[in-house]
Structures are given as C-alpha cells and as structure tokens.
Design a protein around this ligand. Sequence first.
Ligand SMILES: [Mn+2]
Length: 311
Amino acid sequence: MELIVIGHKNPDTDSIISPMIVSHYSDSLFGRHAVAKRAGEVNNETKFILNYLTDSTIKLPDLLEEIKEEKEVVLVDTTEQTQLIEGINENNLFAIIDHHNLGGLKSSKPVYARIEPLGCTCTILYKILKEKHLEITQEVACLMASAIISDTLFLNSPTTTDEDRTILEELNKIAELDLEYYSMKMFKAKSSLEGIETSEIIEKDYKFFEMGSSKVGIGVWETVAPETVNEKKAEILEALKIKKQKDGLDYLFFGVVDIIKENTYLYLVGDEETNLAKEIFKGSLEDNVMFAEHIVSRKKQIVPQLKEKLE
Ligand SMILES: [Mn+2]
C-alpha cells in the first residue's frame, strides 16, 4: 500500500519541507518508500526557498486534496483533525511527527509517534536523523534550516527553544548560509503581496479550530511590512465578514504579524471577537483593529488563550 507524508492545509514552509525530508529518508526511517504530498498551494516564502536552492534534487511535493484510494499516512506538523485533508482517519494513520498540541486524532492501530514541544517539525527531524546516524547533505541542511527559520521567525518567536537554536547552528555548519541575509530574503518573500487577492491574504496561513462548542478561525499574515496589509484594512474587514458568514464561524480572528518589531495588528470583525480580544490581549483598539504588543505566535500566544476562554 502506498505510504504518503503530508502536513496541514494552507501549508507553511515547515508543512512543505518536512514531508520532503521524511520522504527523502523514508527507507531508513520506516523501511519503505514514502511519497511527499502537500495539502495546498505553496506560499511566496516557500517558493523563494525552493527557487534559491536551484540545484535541489528533492522536489516540491504534488498537491493532494483528498485521499480516495487506500493509502497509509505519515502526518507531520499537525494532529488537528480540522486541518487535515479529507480522507485521513483513524484507519490509515501510520506515523505522526509534530510539534503542536495534541489535536484529538485517534488511531485504530498503533502508530509511530514523535511529538516534542520544539519550534519546528524540522528540529525534531534533525534529531531523528542524528539518532539514526543518517547523513545530512547540504541540500537537506538548507531545507531544514529554512523551515526552522520560518517557524521560529529566525529564533525570535516565543516558540523557539534552545534546541532550535543549537540545531539551526549545527545545520548551518553544513548549509553554509548567511543566515541574517537569507532569513531577511525569506521574510521579504513571505511579505510579498504579489499575485495575492485581499481575500487570499486572510486564507494563506489560516487554521480552523473547534474550541468547546465554538467554531474558531484564525488567520495570520507574517510580514516585514505590516503597512502594506494595513492599508487594505477596509477590504480585509469586508473579506473577514464574508468568510465568517460563509464558513458559519462563531469567531474569526486575523492577525497581521510584524516580524521585525514583533507585534500583531489583530483584526476584529465583530463584537464577539472584540470582547474576547479585550479580555485576553488588552491592546489598544482603533476601528476594529487591536494593536497587540509582543504577540507574534498563534500557536503559543493566541490559540491557548482563546481555548482557555472558550472551552
Ligand atoms: Mn511547524
């Protein structure tokens, strides 16, 4: 039976690169071949990375929107049922490698599972490769370093651990990237609005959660130039209103994350969101946008706080 490796929907760099790495080493990891897949379109940051590593032999995975035939699944970078493509279920789960909270997945058979509270799935993958004495090539090192830089906002996100720091350093001994320069190029690419409609800005890095009985959507846009998004404020609020209604959400949040100054502009589309945000983030509010200081991580600074209130 075919074994696939896949991350979450609206994939970020980690959710594209981790499947590439796992599939590259799958013979050594699982004793069988595994094919990398992606659960959505790649963002401009990931495109930049893959273009930058031009002689890359590890290719961008094909899109997979639904599992129709029998397959087994190595799931990376999430265990949240609401973030999986159609067809991943308790019967076809083969392995999990993740660095998020347990999202309530079940399995009918025993699975390989490696979950650690680190900054990036690729940090865990590095540890696994080391434990198995597998060779890390320059290409692999570049890819994994890129994912760590992306997920930890170049070690600045509060999700960053000492292991992420050490492992990025180890990887860069092989990758030999100018990390300051390279990460800035990555973040500029991530910030680019080229070819992106306003409605897409809120969906590019969007995750859906069930918290208690509430349906909650949280989109973020990480950028080095928040003003380029904030100047579309009216359009964005309008797009949020439409999405909230269309998806039947109880709460919809959208944050423009300033990667450089490490703040978030939190867009609050209705009274429900505004009241919750006032209780939790206590930032200054101006025309439906709250300025939340020192908030940059959905995973650590937004999701748990909302869950605590709503569950
Ligand atoms: Mn990740």
